[in-house]
Design a binder for this molecule. Structure first.
Ligand SMILES: Nc1ncnc2c1ncn2[C@@H]1O[C@H](COP(=O)(O)OP(=O)(O)O)[C@@H](O)[C@H]1O
Ligand SMILES: [Mg+2]
Length: 512
């Protein structure tokens, strides 16, 4: 292995209008090394990588590949330098097979499928990928699609691989597999750059870490000589407390009782089977599971957005009266006096309207109750201002359309609005997905505040470390069934991982 760096960036600057996305950034990655890039949302990570892979061209600065100055003006230039990037959003053709996608665009369209297929099988064997070359993309899980993207750049001879937040869409088991593959690539001398928000992943996989903050290069440290706290402080530019708070549960009373709930998808296949649990006031109930295990349908069923069988009963905190929520619309549920807040996974689809400004989005929640013709914007505007101030939403003002905000700020607006409704049940699906550490902690604190106020909180999460640190109990869904409900104070990560992948067959057998 040569000691010349695979890539050396010096003084890279890139602006978009008045935004300085990268300000005089240096970066080095060597062959046989995994470099992690860390930085909050909007700190310029993707932009920097896009300049190595030929999507953007720097305003200033130089890029050297294997010691020689390189001009990378297009993705095909990048390929000629043996650089391949796996983007956050995959670029595959759904109706084609893995093999067809991998060879698409090569050799002027003259393909030898059999030979290509063999080469793909060889690559998979060499690095330990699990991939079926003849499977069509639309039949694949997110993780399989990602594998296709990685094999695609390897097939083209990439020696330098860039992965932009590859673990954001994977389960813990899939992340382990990806890391095993990355280590094999490192052994074979490839240079790998990985972007991830998760510090435990940085610590587990990288050799060195480079940190960006607001477009500026902060520095690079050896992973073996740093820790999560130091990295976070480099990233946010000040000291920070990294522990998730968890108070003891006091006087928890049953607030929501779900019993034998069943739900089918449009093709009549079961998505929820005999789901039963109780959510208690003053407690955070976590829901864990591989993506698509019924989490979405379960929350929607409670919110009145899914047709289900079984029982969903709400216990009124003041009168103790039981209200049946099944087969009720969200409006009917609200009219029963049930104060249910729901932060759905699809923030801009179900939660907020992107083209409307922040103030008008505040009104969405309660516009059914408006009796006067003239729309009163004063209260919602005040609420919008309050949320912007309290949750540190970065926006020019309340008149900004929500779609122009970054992901973290959209989420803060939505969570702020739902909390302002003074709920008794608060449900949130993946509320910190894609958020940086600071914004994530703001959200955890808000959920904890709700718990303290005696709200029954239901939190659907994907990061098991966070679920274990934040929640009181964790319900695990596997293929639409409850495969276990565990005490988050004593449960182990591996135990939950196993419950997540428990096949329905096993669940049946154990229950029988
Ligand atoms: N094509 C673009 N046009 C305008 N602004 C952009 C563009 N791409 C990125 N930005 C801005 O550059 C900054 C850095 O973005 P990005 O590189 O995506 O950050 P990260 O990947 O670290 O979250 C952000 O303020 C973002 O809004
Ligand atoms: Mg990015």
């Amino acid at each position: 292995m040569s000691s010349t760096p695979a890539i050396e960036l010096k003084g890279i600057t890139k602006t978009f209008g008045s935004v300085i996305a990268n300000d005089n950034v240096d970066l080095t990655v060597n062959h046989g090394e995994i470099l992690a890039i860390l930085g909050e949302n909007g700190s310029g990570k993707t932009t920097l990588m896009n300049m190595i892979s030929g999507i953007y061209f720097p305003d200033k600065g130089t890029i050297k590949v294997d010691g020689k100055e390189a001009v990378i003006a297009s993705p095909s230039d990048a390929f000629n330098y043996k650089i391949g990037m796996i983007h956050q959003h995959f670029k595959l053709v759904d109706i084609f097979t893995a093999t067809e996608n991998i060879i698409l665009g090569l050799n002027d369209g003259k393909y030898n499928l059999k030979k290509s297929r063999q080469k793909i099988v060889d690559i998979c064997e060499q690095f330990g990928f699990e991939l079926e070359p003849d499977r069509k993309i639309y039949e694949m899980s997110v993780s399989e699609k990602q594998t296709v993207e990685i094999v695609k750049v390897l097939y083209r001879g990439a020696e330098i691989l860039i992965l932009d937040e590859p673990t954001a869409v994977l389960t813990p088991q899939e992340i382990d597999k990806l890391f095993t593959v990355l280590k094999k690539m490192r052994e074979s001398g490839k240079a790998i750059i990985i972007i991830t928000h998760k510090l435990n992943e940085v610590m587990a996989i990288s050799d060195r870490v480079s940190v960006l903050c607001k477009g500026k290069y902060i520095g690079t440290v050896k992973t073996s000589q740093t820790n999560e706290k130091q990295l976070t402080e480099m990233m946010v530019g000040h000291k920070i407390e990294l522990n998730i708070q968890r108070d003891e549960v006091k006087d928890a009373v049953d607030r929501l009782v779900v019993k034998n709930v069943n739900c089918q998808d449009m093709e009549g296949l079961p998505v929820l089977t005999d789901v039963s649990f109780t959510a208690r006031a003053g407690e955070i109930l976590g829901i864990a599971g591989i993506a698509g295990s019924g989490q979405k349908e379960l929350l929607e069923a409670i919110a009145g957005l899914q047709r289900v069988t079984g029982e969903i009963t709400y216990i009124d905190p003041e009168s103790g009266k039981l209200e049946n929520l099944r087969d009720k619309t969200p409006t009917q549920i609200q009219d029963l006096g049930v104060r249910l807040s729901f932060v759905p996974e699809d923030r801009l689809g179900m939660g907020l309207v992107g083209n409307m400004n922040i103030t008008d989005n505040m009104m969405l929640r309660s516009y059914n109750k408006g009796h006067s013709i003239a729309v009163d914007r004063k209260a919602p505007k005040n609420l919008a201002e309050e949320i912007i101030e309290k949750l540190e939403v970065v926006t020019p003002g309340t008149n900004t359309p929500v779609r122009r905000l970054s992901g973290g700020n959209v989420q803060k607006v939505l969570v702020g609005r739902e909390i302002a409704a003074a709920p008794t049940v608060f449900m949130a699906a993946y509320p910190v997905r894609g958020l940086d550490i600071n914004s994530s902690f703001t959200i955890y604190n808000l959920l904890n505040d709700q718990k303290k106020k005696g709200v029954a909180v239901i939190f659907v999460g994907e990061d098991l470390d966070v679920l274990l640190a934040l929640c009181d109990r964790i319900l695990v869904l596997s293929s639409g069934k409850v495969s276990g409900i565990v005490d988050a104070r004593t449960a182990k990560k591996e135990e939950i991982g196993l419950l997540m992948t428990k096949s329905s067959h096993q669940t049946d057998k154990e229950e029988a």
